[in-house]
Design a protein around this ligand. Structure first.
Ligand SMILES: [Zn+2]
Length: 70
């Protein structure tokens, strides 16, 4: 659970910004073990989407090249 020292309260992991700062005071938020909070990890389905997009673009590239050479 991320803990904001200036606000003296726990933040929900989703409330912590991407760079690990408090949305209220902008201070860096730390986890209970003293590590900077990095609660907003990139979700796995983002990479599924990126992979699908890359495959699609690759496929379109192949199609485009095939069109050029036929
Ligand atoms: Zn704060």
């Amino acid at each position: 659970m991320p803990w904001c020292e200036p606000c003296e309260k726990y933040l929900s992991p989703n409330a912590v910004s991407v760079v690990g700062t408090c949305p209220k005071c902008g201070e860096r938020v730390e986890d209970k073990d003293g590590q900077p909070a990095d609660s907003q990890k990139i979700p796995w389905h983002f990479w599924v989407f990126v992979g699908a997009a890359l495959i699609y673009l690759f496929w379109r590239l192949i199609q485009g090249l095939g069109f050029l050479f036929t």
